[in-house]
Design a protein around this ligand. Sequence first.
Ligand code: G3I
Length: 332
Amino acid sequence: MDNLAQAYQAYFPVGAAVTLASLRSHRRLLRHFNSLTAENYMKPMYMHPSEDEYNFRYADKIVDYAMQSKKRLRGHTLVWHNQTPGWFFAQGGEKASRALVLSRMEDHISTVMGHFCAAAYAWDVVNEPIEDDDGKGLLRESPWRAAIGDDYIAHAFRFARKADPACVLFLNEYNETAPAKRGRIAELARALRADGVPLDGIGMQGHYNLYGPSADEIAEAIEVYAALGLQVQVTELDISLFAFEDHTVYTQPPQELIELQAKRYRQVFEVLRRYHRYVSGVTLWGLADDTSWLSNFPVKKRKNWPLLFDDAHNPKPALEEVLQAARQPLAR
Ligand code: G3I
């Protein structure tokens, strides 16, 4: 069987999010990917559980594997409102001052990026900073924003560039193809660039489903971000079998949905390949359907089948479609 990363070699690296467990349990699938992201272990709750304690033990094992197998590694993630211990924002039972939170942010970024310098070529420096709801402003609430102010994002990118000048720095966001949110992402990115903030790219998380976004919406989002002089990576691709509000439960996935999913995957990869000049990487958020985060979201313990390999790690029709798409002549 063809190898996914090889099929797209002329266009962009194809990666997957992994855990320590999946590096073992899903070993035979890893040949399809030439880039890895730690699904959780590089997040602050693991990296930096308390102020005086950094823990690189788990992430280092993923790094070792990536280096041995000559796969690229994306760093994920430094500054996020989620999976970040409360100590960053507290001091002696009170809220920590802006100056203290800023210095903790700099220490975190410089230590973590310094540690992974040789391995991680790109980092999601700030994850999900944009407001979801239209009319509620540009930035979402976040403990970082509450402690530092709206310029927490600019500071994070400046600290990151200083920590590792060679690293490609991303702002990573979901619902990134929805026109209103896309507009807010572009507005922030434009303002950051105008201020000389070292932002290199937009991470389009790519949590899609059978019904949206359309190929045109994905293409338009890439065009909007690329027009700002930014590179684009799809950082967390998966295609849920369910529309967001649909809470249906299946014990087995209906075959017609699996076929529809294959067509959707093909459509998405066709767009990404068409825009390969701007798209510098595509990462799937997991290796196979048995371990996807979507089997716990948005409905707890509701099984989903969003990836290219099934529960038994066998290729799904989606994989074949994605491989076939890579063989088509590319329109100029
Ligand atoms: O820490 C506990 C651990 O002690 C316990 O043994 C284990 C048992 O379930 O749970 C552990 O915490 C889980 C954590 O992942 C680490 O495995 C949480 O319950 C679980 O909610 C958490 O989910 C992760 C989620 O981020 C958290 O927001 C998912 O695995 C991960 O796929 C997901 O990834 C995010 C990206 O980072 C950013 N974009 C969205 C994407 C999907 O939510």
